[in-house]
Design a protein around this ligand. Structure first.
Ligand SMILES: *Cc1c(COP(=O)(O)O)cnc(C)c1O
Length: 389
């Protein structure tokens, strides 16, 4: 292996481009090749080259993504999966046993709630949902009924609620829980949960890490040796791994994460500020606005405020639907975090699975994933699509 400098000592953008990305030693190819192979020749029985045996257990392209993610989040290990939910499933299996309790925010990603509520609860797991911004409520919930997992997602979706990771990690640990942070919305460029006390980071790499809306993926990043061992075993033993092309595309996306997040954040900040006080709107939800609830915590634990914002329309669901269907640059689609701007109507799209539960989203809310196009064009698109008073 070529001798590369210790990644942890370098800056974020340098690591985003170099960690796990050694050039190919046999040809000098600057970009490591995609290893499209399911198995590896052995030099005699058990003589593995670089430890590779069969691709469910490991593939060099997946290793390069995992090395990169561990470096960016400051964990000793990362494991990549076929989707964010596949990563979550592996984590839940690694930590839970029947009778164990999960405490999670009442505003977590709908698919996360569905996975626990519809897959794990029938297997004997218990689920409590709480308001993560209310530390007393969280403390009571993790203490009563001994929580095994405290699951935090911040900023949350779609109202951009901010939870205090450091304070929650202390509360979780005092109760003996494993503290998980879904860092999908912030990305490691804006927020580093392990350094704030979390035990495990979950990512849907489908979003900002991949960044180009062209590949699904998920990841876990952690340092605790016992959990590393369990998660590593289940990644191999259950097998929801990412394929080499998916891993390669994700690595390619991550190289520009820093510059993309800067632009996502500045575009969203500009649009949010321009929308405050608009006559068609009841509220603008963006953590970068000084009077957003949780702004001070966000300013402390995030370096910038990200590219996601939501608005509540005065005209109720009719106005919200019409707005979501009227923009042009903001395309009507699920998902987020790509270079192109997207718009969504959560109650019938991303959050349809939680209608009628405590996680239900108001029907006048529209969510914007602000891309990295020219902000003047994006703002004109939004202003043109809002109802005229
Ligand atoms: C999309 C998303 C997930 C699920 O990831 P998939 O890649 O779609 O499986 C989990 N958490 C958050 C916050 C997400 O936005």
């Amino acid at each position: 292996m070529p001798d590369v400098p210790q990644p942890a000592q370098q800056g974020f953008s340098t690591r985003a481009i170099r960690a796990g990305q050694e050039f190919d030693p046999s040809t000098g190819a600057v970009v490591p090749p995609v290893y499209l192979t399911s198995t590896f020749v052995q030099d005699g029985i058990g003589g593995f080259r670089g430890g590779y045996e069969y691709a469910r257990g490991g593939n060099p392209t997946r290793t390069s993504l995992e090395t990169l993610l561990a470096s960016l989040e400051g964990g000793t290990h990362a494991f990549s999966f076929a989707s964010g939910l596949a990563a979550e499933d592996t984590l839940l299996r690694a930590v839970l046993t029947p009778g164990a309790r999960v405490v999670m925010g009442n505003d977590v990603y709908g698919g996360t709630h569905r996975l626990v509520n519809r897959v794990f609860v029938p297997w004997g797991v218990e689920l409590t949902t709480v308001d993560m911004t209310d530390l007393d409520e969280v403390r009571a919930a993790v203490t009563t009924g001994a929580a095994r997992i405290l699951w935090i997602e911040t900023p949350s979706n779609p109202l951009m609620k901010i939870s205090d990771i450091a304070a929650l990690a202390q509360i979780g640990h005092a109760a003996g829980a494993v503290v998980v942070v879904d860092n999908t919305f912030a990305s490691p460029y804006l927020q580093q949960p392990l350094s704030l006390g979390a035990d495990i980071i979950v990512h849907s790499t489908t979003k900002y890490l991949g960044g180009h809306s062209d590949v699904l993926g998920g990841a876990l990043v952690l340092s605790d040796p016992e959990l590393v061992e369990k998660v590593g075993f289940l990644q191999f033993g259950v097998g929801a791994v990412s394929g080499p092309l998916d891993a390669w595309l994700t690595v390619r996306g991550i190289k520009t994460l820093a510059v993309r997040m800067e632009r996502h954040s500045s575009n969203a900040q500009t649009i949010a500020e321009a929308l405050v006080g608009h006559p068609a709107l009841d509220a603008v939800y963006y953590p970068g606005l000084p009077d957003h609830r949780g702004h001070d915590i966000a300013a402390r634990q995030m370096s910038l405020f990200g590219g996601m914002l939501s608005v509540a329309l005065k005209g109720g669901s009719t106005a919200a639907r019409s707005f979501a269907e009227s923009t042009e640059l903001f395309q009507l689609a699920e998902s987020l975090g790509g270079v192109e701007s997207l718009i969504g109507y959560p109650t019938e799209m991303t959050h349809a699975s939680v209608r009628g539960t405590a996680l239900e989203v108001p029907d006048n809310v529209v969510r914007l994933s602000v891309g990295i196009e020219d902000v003047d064009d994006l703002l004109a698109d939004v202003l043109g699509a809002l109802p005229k008073s």
